[in-house]
Design a protein around this ligand. Sequence first.
Ligand code: SAM
Length: 346
Amino acid sequence: MVNEDPASSPQPHKRRQRYSGKNPRRFEDKYKEHGGDAETVAKVIAGGKTPAGTHRPIMVAEVIAVLAPKPGDLAVDCTLGYGGHAQEILARISPGGKLIGLDADPIELPKTEARLRTLGFDETVFIACRSNFAGLPQILAAQNMTGADVILADLGVSSMQIDDPGRGFSVKFDGPLDMRMNPQRGQPASAVLEKIKPDALRQMLADFSDEPHAAQLAEALAGKKFSSTRPLADAVRAVLPRAGRGDYDPTVRRVFQALRIAVNDEFSALDAFLRNLPACLKPGGRVAILSFHSGEDRRVKKSFEANHRDGIYSDIAREVIRPTPAEQQSNLRSAPAKLRWAQRTQ
Ligand SMILES: C[S@@+](CC[C@H](N)C(=O)[O-])C[C@H]1O[C@@H](n2cnc3c(N)ncnc32)[C@H](O)[C@@H]1O
């Protein structure tokens, strides 16, 4: 039989061109696992890293233990990301349960929705919603829901966002200095830096990443035009002698973190979320929050303690819960994680 459709005729197998050097600078070379080669993916995971285009959920067992999702529960994952936690919660709330997954990111959300659908979670059990979690009360109202049994927020950015140089979060690879979780809203980091005055930048670096050299950095960076991430990283290194080893420079990371928090107005969203939380939980409902730096954890701790004192939460985590040493070793990105939980009074 002659096959006349060129799209379906067998193509000669082409080997993917391999990078032959030792220190790849290009994202595509470094992240060969993008191609889905199982051997490379296994090697990446064994090295404590995350295969590109995926996200390894953090402290899953601990999150499930504190949230205790059960069949029939209404759950909200406020930071759906790759859907790693959502997938585990979904497996425990059926039959009869439903999970609403929110994410601010219009690029990754449809991919995660499609991934969870292929795992069998249809619209009767899982709804994906592109939204900021600051608006959780409105989202529940739109779904005719008065409150949730379990709520999860795993703060910050996903590995997919960090690892994609085109999003501008990457310290390692050059890309446009953007950093918006939702690139359709707000201003890219380049515009924020170009407009900001030294005093405001100093404050931002001190408040959002506890930067010890905030004044010195602010003087050098405020009002400057950086169209991509690498020149910014180089400018930071020019101000301060490099403190870290290899790729890791803590000052560069703190500058990037502060900018990302500012660009996405992350603390305002977290404060609104924490204020709204009690009204979004059913009596007896539980919330778990994973945070990744002191500015986030301070806010969560203060809010939980204040609501506990006022009798709004019947119980809260007395101590912060940390990833096991084994998890920290097997997933380097889990190392700074801190988990806190609270339960609404019956
Ligand atoms: C650490 S990842 C979550 C990973 C997820 N738990 C998993 O297992 O795949 C954080 C996600 O939250 C989203 N996000 C951050 N702040 C948000 C906000 N204020 N509202 C909605 N989504 C937010 C980010 O876009 C990102 O996808």
